[in-house]
Design a protein around this ligand. Structure first.
Ligand SMILES: Cc1ncc(COP(=O)(O)O)c(C=O)c1O
Length: 349
Protein backbone atom coordinates (compact mmCIF):
# COMPACT_ATOMS: atom_id res chain seq x y z
CA UNK A 1 0.00 0.00 0.00
CA UNK A 2 1.40 3.41 -0.79
CA UNK A 3 0.54 6.56 1.09
CA UNK A 4 -1.27 8.89 -1.31
CA UNK A 5 -2.81 11.83 0.59
CA UNK A 6 -2.12 13.53 3.89
CA UNK A 7 -5.76 13.92 4.99
CA UNK A 8 -7.66 10.67 5.60
CA UNK A 9 -10.88 10.16 3.66
CA UNK A 10 -14.10 10.67 5.63
CA UNK A 11 -15.20 7.06 5.05
CA UNK A 12 -11.92 5.22 5.33
CA UNK A 13 -12.08 1.75 3.81
CA UNK A 14 -8.37 1.58 2.95
CA UNK A 15 -7.40 -0.66 5.85
CA UNK A 16 -8.34 -1.87 9.31
CA UNK A 17 -5.09 -0.31 10.52
CA UNK A 18 -6.59 3.21 10.38
CA UNK A 19 -8.51 2.94 13.66
CA UNK A 20 -7.72 5.29 16.53
CA UNK A 21 -7.79 4.37 20.21
CA UNK A 22 -11.16 5.05 21.83
CA UNK A 23 -11.26 7.12 25.07
CA UNK A 24 -11.41 4.01 27.28
CA UNK A 25 -8.39 2.51 25.51
CA UNK A 26 -6.50 5.80 25.95
CA UNK A 27 -7.42 5.79 29.64
CA UNK A 28 -6.09 2.25 30.01
CA UNK A 29 -2.89 3.29 28.26
CA UNK A 30 -2.30 6.39 30.34
CA UNK A 31 -2.80 4.55 33.63
CA UNK A 32 -0.59 1.56 32.72
CA UNK A 33 2.12 0.47 35.12
CA UNK A 34 5.37 0.40 33.16
CA UNK A 35 9.03 -0.56 33.45
CA UNK A 36 12.03 -0.88 31.14
CA UNK A 37 11.20 -3.96 29.11
CA UNK A 38 14.73 -4.27 27.73
CA UNK A 39 16.68 -4.02 30.99
CA UNK A 40 14.35 -6.22 33.01
CA UNK A 41 10.63 -6.26 32.46
CA UNK A 42 7.51 -4.16 32.17
CA UNK A 43 4.58 -5.49 34.22
CA UNK A 44 1.93 -4.56 31.66
CA UNK A 45 3.90 -6.20 28.87
CA UNK A 46 4.26 -9.29 31.06
CA UNK A 47 0.48 -9.38 31.55
CA UNK A 48 -0.17 -9.00 27.84
CA UNK A 49 2.33 -11.71 26.91
CA UNK A 50 0.83 -14.10 29.47
CA UNK A 51 -2.67 -13.37 28.25
CA UNK A 52 -2.04 -13.81 24.54
CA UNK A 53 -0.01 -16.97 25.18
CA UNK A 54 -2.91 -18.37 27.21
CA UNK A 55 -5.49 -17.43 24.56
CA UNK A 56 -3.44 -19.23 21.91
CA UNK A 57 -2.66 -22.20 24.15
CA UNK A 58 1.11 -21.72 24.00
CA UNK A 59 3.76 -21.41 26.70
CA UNK A 60 4.97 -17.87 26.04
CA UNK A 61 4.74 -14.75 23.91
CA UNK A 62 6.92 -11.77 23.01
CA UNK A 63 5.43 -8.33 22.34
CA UNK A 64 6.59 -6.82 19.05
CA UNK A 65 6.29 -3.40 17.41
CA UNK A 66 4.73 -4.80 14.22
CA UNK A 67 3.28 -7.81 12.49
CA UNK A 68 6.13 -7.75 9.99
CA UNK A 69 8.70 -8.04 12.77
CA UNK A 70 6.74 -10.84 14.45
CA UNK A 71 6.65 -12.75 11.15
CA UNK A 72 10.30 -12.17 10.34
CA UNK A 73 11.38 -13.28 13.78
CA UNK A 74 9.12 -16.32 13.47
CA UNK A 75 10.75 -17.24 10.17
CA UNK A 76 14.26 -16.56 11.47
CA UNK A 77 13.69 -18.73 14.55
CA UNK A 78 13.03 -21.86 12.52
CA UNK A 79 15.60 -21.47 9.74
CA UNK A 80 19.35 -21.12 9.09
CA UNK A 81 20.87 -19.00 6.28
CA UNK A 82 20.51 -20.95 3.04
CA UNK A 83 17.28 -22.65 4.11
CA UNK A 84 14.03 -22.31 2.23
CA UNK A 85 10.52 -21.89 3.57
CA UNK A 86 7.38 -22.99 1.75
CA UNK A 87 4.61 -20.40 1.51
CA UNK A 88 1.64 -19.31 -0.56
CA UNK A 89 2.73 -17.10 -3.46
CA UNK A 90 0.68 -14.03 -2.43
CA UNK A 91 1.25 -14.18 1.31
CA UNK A 92 2.15 -11.06 3.26
CA UNK A 93 5.53 -12.44 4.34
CA UNK A 94 6.56 -12.75 0.69
CA UNK A 95 4.72 -9.80 -0.91
CA UNK A 96 4.79 -7.00 1.63
CA UNK A 97 7.80 -7.33 3.91
CA UNK A 98 10.51 -6.26 1.45
CA UNK A 99 11.94 -9.76 1.31
CA UNK A 100 13.22 -9.23 4.86
CA UNK A 101 13.67 -13.01 5.17
CA UNK A 102 16.43 -12.65 2.52
CA UNK A 103 17.78 -9.29 3.65
CA UNK A 104 17.94 -10.11 7.35
CA UNK A 105 18.14 -13.90 7.54
CA UNK A 106 19.52 -15.25 4.24
CA UNK A 107 16.41 -17.31 3.46
CA UNK A 108 14.71 -18.26 0.20
CA UNK A 109 10.95 -18.68 -0.21
CA UNK A 110 9.44 -21.51 -2.26
CA UNK A 111 6.19 -20.09 -3.61
CA UNK A 112 3.16 -22.35 -4.01
CA UNK A 113 0.23 -20.85 -5.94
CA UNK A 114 -2.95 -20.77 -3.87
CA UNK A 115 -6.60 -20.22 -4.67
CA UNK A 116 -7.72 -17.08 -2.83
CA UNK A 117 -4.70 -17.68 -0.58
CA UNK A 118 -5.60 -21.28 0.22
CA UNK A 119 -3.18 -24.17 -0.43
CA UNK A 120 -4.14 -27.81 -0.52
CA UNK A 121 -2.13 -30.47 1.33
CA UNK A 122 -1.22 -32.29 -1.91
CA UNK A 123 0.60 -29.18 -3.19
CA UNK A 124 3.21 -29.77 -0.50
CA UNK A 125 3.93 -33.38 -1.30
CA UNK A 126 6.41 -32.72 -4.08
CA UNK A 127 7.52 -29.33 -2.76
CA UNK A 128 10.09 -30.48 -0.24
CA UNK A 129 13.73 -30.67 -1.37
CA UNK A 130 15.72 -33.89 -1.09
CA UNK A 131 18.51 -33.90 1.47
CA UNK A 132 21.30 -33.16 -0.96
CA UNK A 133 24.34 -30.88 -0.91
CA UNK A 134 23.05 -29.12 -4.04
CA UNK A 135 19.69 -28.18 -2.61
CA UNK A 136 18.32 -25.63 -0.21
CA UNK A 137 17.21 -27.27 3.02
CA UNK A 138 13.40 -27.11 3.28
CA UNK A 139 12.95 -25.96 6.88
CA UNK A 140 9.58 -24.26 7.37
CA UNK A 141 5.99 -23.92 6.19
CA UNK A 142 4.20 -20.60 6.69
CA UNK A 143 0.46 -20.04 6.27
CA UNK A 144 -1.66 -16.87 6.62
CA UNK A 145 -5.05 -16.77 8.36
CA UNK A 146 -7.06 -14.84 7.41
CA UNK A 147 -5.43 -14.31 4.03
CA UNK A 148 -5.15 -10.66 3.05
CA UNK A 149 -4.69 -10.93 -0.72
CA UNK A 150 -7.13 -13.81 -0.80
CA UNK A 151 -9.77 -11.31 0.39
CA UNK A 152 -9.82 -12.09 4.11
CA UNK A 153 -10.34 -15.78 3.45
CA UNK A 154 -10.44 -18.11 6.45
CA UNK A 155 -8.20 -21.12 5.88
CA UNK A 156 -9.97 -24.50 5.93
CA UNK A 157 -9.17 -26.03 9.34
CA UNK A 158 -8.77 -29.59 8.00
CA UNK A 159 -6.22 -28.54 5.37
CA UNK A 160 -4.29 -26.49 7.91
CA UNK A 161 -4.00 -29.52 10.19
CA UNK A 162 -3.05 -31.83 7.33
CA UNK A 163 -0.39 -29.44 6.02
CA UNK A 164 1.12 -28.92 9.48
CA UNK A 165 1.10 -32.64 10.24
CA UNK A 166 2.87 -33.30 6.93
CA UNK A 167 5.41 -30.56 7.74
CA UNK A 168 6.19 -31.95 11.17
CA UNK A 169 6.42 -35.52 9.89
CA UNK A 170 8.99 -34.30 7.38
CA UNK A 171 11.07 -32.36 9.88
CA UNK A 172 9.78 -28.90 8.93
CA UNK A 173 8.56 -26.29 11.43
CA UNK A 174 5.34 -24.31 11.01
CA UNK A 175 4.61 -20.60 11.42
CA UNK A 176 1.22 -18.90 11.12
CA UNK A 177 0.87 -15.26 10.08
CA UNK A 178 -2.21 -14.62 12.19
CA UNK A 179 -2.29 -10.85 11.77
CA UNK A 180 -6.08 -11.25 11.51
CA UNK A 181 -6.43 -14.50 13.43
CA UNK A 182 -9.27 -13.13 15.55
CA UNK A 183 -11.26 -12.42 12.38
CA UNK A 184 -10.85 -16.12 11.57
CA UNK A 185 -11.96 -17.01 15.10
CA UNK A 186 -15.12 -14.93 14.89
CA UNK A 187 -15.97 -16.08 11.36
CA UNK A 188 -15.29 -19.78 11.88
CA UNK A 189 -16.33 -20.51 15.44
CA UNK A 190 -12.98 -22.26 16.08
CA UNK A 191 -11.09 -20.81 19.03
CA UNK A 192 -7.74 -19.05 18.69
CA UNK A 193 -6.21 -22.00 20.53
CA UNK A 194 -7.64 -24.44 17.98
CA UNK A 195 -6.29 -22.37 15.09
CA UNK A 196 -2.87 -22.08 16.74
CA UNK A 197 -2.52 -25.68 17.88
CA UNK A 198 -0.82 -27.04 14.75
CA UNK A 199 1.80 -24.29 14.58
CA UNK A 200 5.16 -23.94 16.29
CA UNK A 201 4.83 -20.15 16.24
CA UNK A 202 1.98 -17.74 15.56
CA UNK A 203 2.05 -13.97 15.02
CA UNK A 204 -1.01 -11.89 15.89
CA UNK A 205 -1.65 -8.15 15.41
CA UNK A 206 -3.43 -5.92 17.89
CA UNK A 207 -3.33 -2.92 15.54
CA UNK A 208 -5.69 -4.19 12.84
CA UNK A 209 -9.36 -4.99 13.49
CA UNK A 210 -8.73 -5.09 17.25
CA UNK A 211 -8.14 -1.33 17.20
CA UNK A 212 -4.90 -0.84 19.14
CA UNK A 213 -2.57 1.84 17.77
CA UNK A 214 0.54 -0.37 17.66
CA UNK A 215 1.67 -3.86 18.41
CA UNK A 216 1.82 -7.54 17.63
CA UNK A 217 2.93 -10.65 19.44
CA UNK A 218 4.82 -13.77 18.51
CA UNK A 219 3.65 -16.82 20.43
CA UNK A 220 5.25 -20.26 20.84
CA UNK A 221 7.04 -22.50 23.31
CA UNK A 222 9.17 -21.04 26.11
CA UNK A 223 12.53 -21.89 24.58
CA UNK A 224 11.57 -20.42 21.20
CA UNK A 225 10.36 -17.21 22.84
CA UNK A 226 13.66 -16.76 24.72
CA UNK A 227 15.37 -16.89 21.31
CA UNK A 228 12.69 -14.64 19.79
CA UNK A 229 13.36 -11.98 22.42
CA UNK A 230 17.04 -12.06 21.55
CA UNK A 231 16.33 -11.75 17.80
CA UNK A 232 13.89 -8.91 18.52
CA UNK A 233 16.79 -6.98 20.08
CA UNK A 234 18.97 -7.79 17.05
CA UNK A 235 16.27 -6.41 14.73
CA UNK A 236 16.00 -3.20 16.78
CA UNK A 237 12.67 -4.09 18.35
CA UNK A 238 13.60 -3.88 22.03
CA UNK A 239 11.24 -1.34 23.59
CA UNK A 240 11.43 0.42 26.95
CA UNK A 241 8.29 1.72 28.78
CA UNK A 242 6.18 -0.12 26.26
CA UNK A 243 3.55 -1.10 28.80
CA UNK A 244 1.66 2.00 27.58
CA UNK A 245 1.20 0.19 24.27
CA UNK A 246 0.71 -3.24 25.81
CA UNK A 247 -2.17 -1.73 27.80
CA UNK A 248 -3.88 -0.82 24.52
CA UNK A 249 -3.44 -4.38 23.27
CA UNK A 250 -4.79 -5.80 26.53
CA UNK A 251 -7.79 -3.48 26.29
CA UNK A 252 -8.33 -4.64 22.68
CA UNK A 253 -8.24 -8.32 23.65
CA UNK A 254 -10.68 -7.76 26.48
CA UNK A 255 -13.14 -5.51 24.65
CA UNK A 256 -12.82 -5.53 20.88
CA UNK A 257 -12.97 -9.10 19.61
CA UNK A 258 -16.76 -9.36 19.40
CA UNK A 259 -17.16 -6.25 17.25
CA UNK A 260 -15.24 -7.97 14.46
CA UNK A 261 -18.56 -9.67 13.72
CA UNK A 262 -20.00 -6.29 12.81
CA UNK A 263 -17.03 -5.62 10.50
CA UNK A 264 -17.74 -8.91 8.71
CA UNK A 265 -21.42 -8.06 8.25
CA UNK A 266 -20.45 -4.67 6.81
CA UNK A 267 -18.05 -6.33 4.36
CA UNK A 268 -20.88 -8.56 3.09
CA UNK A 269 -23.13 -5.51 2.75
CA UNK A 270 -20.48 -3.68 0.69
CA UNK A 271 -19.95 -6.72 -1.55
CA UNK A 272 -23.69 -7.04 -2.18
CA UNK A 273 -23.86 -3.40 -3.25
CA UNK A 274 -20.73 -3.51 -5.40
CA UNK A 275 -22.05 -6.29 -7.62
CA UNK A 276 -25.24 -4.30 -8.27
CA UNK A 277 -23.07 -1.95 -10.34
CA UNK A 278 -22.58 -3.26 -13.89
CA UNK A 279 -18.97 -4.22 -14.51
CA UNK A 280 -18.04 -4.74 -10.86
CA UNK A 281 -17.61 -8.28 -9.52
CA UNK A 282 -16.83 -9.96 -6.22
CA UNK A 283 -15.35 -13.36 -6.96
CA UNK A 284 -15.85 -14.72 -3.48
CA UNK A 285 -18.29 -13.49 -0.87
CA UNK A 286 -16.32 -11.94 2.00
CA UNK A 287 -16.03 -14.20 5.03
CA UNK A 288 -14.38 -11.53 7.16
CA UNK A 289 -13.61 -7.80 6.85
CA UNK A 290 -11.92 -7.57 3.43
CA UNK A 291 -13.81 -7.05 0.17
CA UNK A 292 -12.04 -7.43 -3.17
CA UNK A 293 -13.97 -5.80 -6.00
CA UNK A 294 -12.91 -6.77 -9.51
CA UNK A 295 -13.29 -4.16 -12.24
CA UNK A 296 -14.27 -5.10 -15.79
CA UNK A 297 -11.37 -3.70 -17.88
CA UNK A 298 -13.88 -2.48 -20.50
CA UNK A 299 -15.39 -0.27 -17.82
CA UNK A 300 -12.23 1.20 -16.32
CA UNK A 301 -9.26 0.58 -14.08
CA UNK A 302 -8.92 -0.07 -10.34
CA UNK A 303 -7.11 3.27 -9.98
CA UNK A 304 -9.99 5.00 -11.79
CA UNK A 305 -12.53 3.42 -9.46
CA UNK A 306 -10.50 4.43 -6.38
CA UNK A 307 -10.30 8.01 -7.68
CA UNK A 308 -14.06 8.10 -8.25
CA UNK A 309 -14.67 6.80 -4.73
CA UNK A 310 -12.24 9.34 -3.32
CA UNK A 311 -14.25 12.14 -4.89
CA UNK A 312 -17.13 10.88 -2.73
CA UNK A 313 -14.80 10.91 0.31
CA UNK A 314 -14.45 7.13 0.37
CA UNK A 315 -10.96 5.69 0.78
CA UNK A 316 -9.97 2.45 -0.95
CA UNK A 317 -6.82 0.97 -2.48
CA UNK A 318 -6.17 -0.49 -5.94
CA UNK A 319 -5.21 -4.13 -5.34
CA UNK A 320 -3.36 -5.82 -8.17
CA UNK A 321 -4.12 -5.49 -11.87
CA UNK A 322 -7.90 -5.63 -11.80
CA UNK A 323 -9.22 -5.20 -8.26
CA UNK A 324 -9.68 -2.72 -5.46
CA UNK A 325 -9.69 -3.56 -1.75
CA UNK A 326 -12.19 -2.29 0.80
CA UNK A 327 -11.65 -3.08 4.47
CA UNK A 328 -14.16 -2.61 7.27
CA UNK A 329 -13.25 -1.79 10.87
CA UNK A 330 -14.53 -0.56 14.21
CA UNK A 331 -14.13 3.18 13.50
CA UNK A 332 -16.83 3.09 10.80
CA UNK A 333 -20.54 3.60 11.43
CA UNK A 334 -23.60 1.93 9.93
CA UNK A 335 -24.46 5.27 8.32
CA UNK A 336 -21.08 5.43 6.60
CA UNK A 337 -21.40 1.86 5.33
CA UNK A 338 -24.88 2.61 3.96
CA UNK A 339 -23.49 5.71 2.24
CA UNK A 340 -20.55 3.76 0.78
CA UNK A 341 -22.94 1.07 -0.48
CA UNK A 342 -25.09 3.69 -2.13
CA UNK A 343 -22.05 5.17 -3.89
CA UNK A 344 -20.76 1.75 -5.02
CA UNK A 345 -24.07 0.89 -6.65
CA UNK A 346 -23.99 3.89 -8.98
CA UNK A 347 -20.37 5.03 -9.08
CA UNK A 348 -19.28 6.58 -12.44
CA UNK A 349 -15.65 6.21 -13.47
C1 LIG B 1 -1.62 -10.66 6.78
C2 LIG B 1 -0.69 -9.63 7.31
N1 LIG B 1 0.41 -10.02 7.96
C3 LIG B 1 1.28 -9.14 8.48
C4 LIG B 1 1.07 -7.80 8.37
C5 LIG B 1 2.12 -6.84 8.90
O1 LIG B 1 1.70 -6.05 9.93
P1 LIG B 1 2.45 -4.66 10.24
O2 LIG B 1 1.87 -3.66 9.32
O3 LIG B 1 2.12 -4.41 11.68
O4 LIG B 1 3.90 -4.87 10.01
C6 LIG B 1 -0.07 -7.32 7.70
C7 LIG B 1 -0.31 -5.87 7.58
O5 LIG B 1 -1.22 -5.41 6.94
C8 LIG B 1 -0.97 -8.27 7.15
O6 LIG B 1 -2.06 -7.89 6.47
Amino acid sequence: MSRTKAAPPRIDLRSDTVTKPCPDMLAAMSSAEVGDDVICSDPTVESLQAKIAEILGKEAAVFMPSGSMANQIGVRLHCQPGDEFLCESECHIYMYEQGAFAQLSGLVPKLLPGTHGVLTPDQFLRAINPVDDHALRSALVTLENTHNRGGGVVQPMDSVSEICTWAHENGLKTHLDGARLFNAVVASGYSAEEWASDFDTVSVCFSKGLGAPVGSALVGNGEAMVKARRIRKLFGGGMRQVGFLAAAALYALENNIDSLRQDHDWAKQLATSAVRRDGLFVDREPETNIVLVRVDPELGTPAGLCDALEKKEIGSFPFGADRIRLVTHRDLTQGQIDEACDVMERVEF
